[in-house]
Write a protein that binds this ligand. Structure first.
Ligand code: ASP
Length: 449
């Protein structure tokens, strides 16, 4: 059994939905389909999820929201008209109207319930169209199927473990199951949505629950590329990549799937196949636990801005037991999570996300470090970017870091820091933010041209 998830651009209009159904029906192992809400049809278009957010905001702030509601209806009405399923539009309209007319007792819950209507309506629509064209399909409601979620402190949404057992029953369905992505239910029956792009997570959960042979994630590009195509023309396509490599690259801003979507697939070792709805003949990119081949020494290169370094030095730091523990506990008191920690004999740098390390936190942290740790110096270096080269083949190859560092130095880019993890599958360089794109291009040229 394959689980196939289609993103918003694959469901943006009737033509796209027909393509989705053709892909689905061309392989009888594709038994579970997870859908996003209709996305953009052209670059200045608005995604249905954004229309729904505007609607919820209007209602929450006491406005009628009529204009916003019409915009949502218009999108679904044009799809239903073109697919010739007018009765489906009637039920979508009734369902959305009922949901948004409920009294607002909790703005967060109201927002979640409204946001989920994009995926929910889309799943009903696809199931109706499949049936109309003679293929047995059922809309699967996440509550009925038992997809339970919980919002943790801090707002992160996690799936409750029992959901996997509940959802494994989908294997017994004789019809194609059309499942809305992006949301599930709390134990007390309220809708909870994942963060944006979260239908990827629903697909991965379902793939893990039914022990799918593959989790197909259909989008609008042929492959994952070795570098962001906005930075380099015609970049090298990646045919195979491991979960670990993908995770490292995602960390440095390589966005293909939702960051959390790989985990359920990774735990059960289910390969993820990124495919293109607009070009189904391309085999796409396989994300696997173990590689079958290497196309290149480096698998991917990525860079992300928005980091800063907290630098400390103290003579004989290496002899002082518990020094780092004390720093970490000061940072933990401020709720700061640490990204990296390159260190020397008498110095240590802690890399943080700039947005988390606010000026107030910086002031308190510096004050405590100076007072409690008696350091010789402490300073903060802001506006850093992290640039990473990632590849499992690098682990057994001598000189990759040297090649990368030489290329960067020849390009006149100063390295603020270097870090290589023990797994040797990635090397991270810290550069000034203004050099981020240039550094990525320089490294791409070194390893791929
Ligand atoms: N429709 C939601 C969004 O736009 C979720 C998704 O597409 O994955 O973020």
């Amino acid at each position: 059994m394959k689980v196939t998830k289609f993103g918003g651009s694959s469901l943006a209009d009737a033509t796209q939905i027909k393509k989705v159904c053709d892909i689905l029906l061309s392989d009888e192992e594709r038994r579970v389909i997870v859908v996003s809400a209709p996305g953009k049809r052209f670059s200045s278009d608005i995604k249905v999820t954004d229309l729904l957010i505007a609607l919820a905001n209007a209602k929450i702030s006491g406005q009628s929201g009529e204009k916003e509601l019409e915009a949502v209806f218009d999108r679904f009405a044009s799809i239903c008209a073109e697919l010739d399923i007018p009765e489906c539009m009637e039920s979508i309209k009734a369902n959305i109207t009922e949901s948004v007319s409920k009294p607002i007792t909790d703005a967060g819950r109201y927002m979640d319930a409204t946001k989920a209507l994009g995926e929910d309506s889309c799943a009903r629509l696809v199931a109706t169209y499949l049936n109309k064209t003679g293929h047995k399909a059922t809309y699967c409601n996440p509550k009925v199927a038992g997809l339970y979620l919980e919002t943790e402190l801090g707002g992160h949404v996690k799936v409750l473990p029992e959901s996997y057992d509940n959802l494994s029953d989908l294997t017994n369905l004789r019809e194609i199951c059309v499942f809305p992505g992006f949301y599930g239910y709390s134990k007390d029956g309220e809708i909870i949505t994942f963060s944006r792009g979260g239908s990827d997570i629903t697909g991965a959960i379902l793939a893990a629950a039914v022990h799918a042979t593959v989790y197909e994630n259909w989008t609008d590009v042929d492959n994952v590329y070795a570098v962001n195509p906005n930075l380099v023309q015609n970049p090298f396509p990646v045919t195979e990549i491991t979960y670990d490599e993908m995770r490292e690259l995602a960390y440095a801003g390589f966005s293909v799937l939702h960051e959390e979507a790989l985990y359920p697939a990774f735990v059960r070792g289910i390969p993820v196949n990124i495919r293109n709805t607009n070009n189904p003949s391309s085999k796409g990119t396989m994300i696997v636990s173990k590689r079958t081949h290497y196309d290149s020494l480096v698998t991917g290169i990525a860079g992300e801005k928005g980091f800063c370094a907290l630098n400390m030095s103290k003579y004989l730091m290496n002899r002082e037991v518990g020094f780092v523990v004390k720093i970490l506990s000061i940072l933990a008191d401020e709720g700061l999570s640490i990204e990296h920690m390159p260190s020397g004999i008498d110095s240590v740098s802690i890399i943080l996300r700039s947005a988390d390390f606010t000026p107030e936190k910086e002031r308190r942290v510096i004050e405590r470090i100076s007072l409690e740790l008696n350091v010789d110096s402490v300073s903060v270096n802001r506006d850093l970017a992290i640039v990473m080269i990632v590849g499992e083949a690098m682990a057994n190859t001598v000189g990759t870091t040297a090649r990368a560092a030489t290329a960067l130095s020849k390009a006149g880019i100063n390295l603020e820091l270097i870090n290589q993890g023990a797994s040797e599958i990635s090397v991270m360089f810290g550069v000034r933010e203004e050099y981020c794109a240039y550094a990525v291009r320089t490294l791409y040229k070194e390893f791929f041209s």
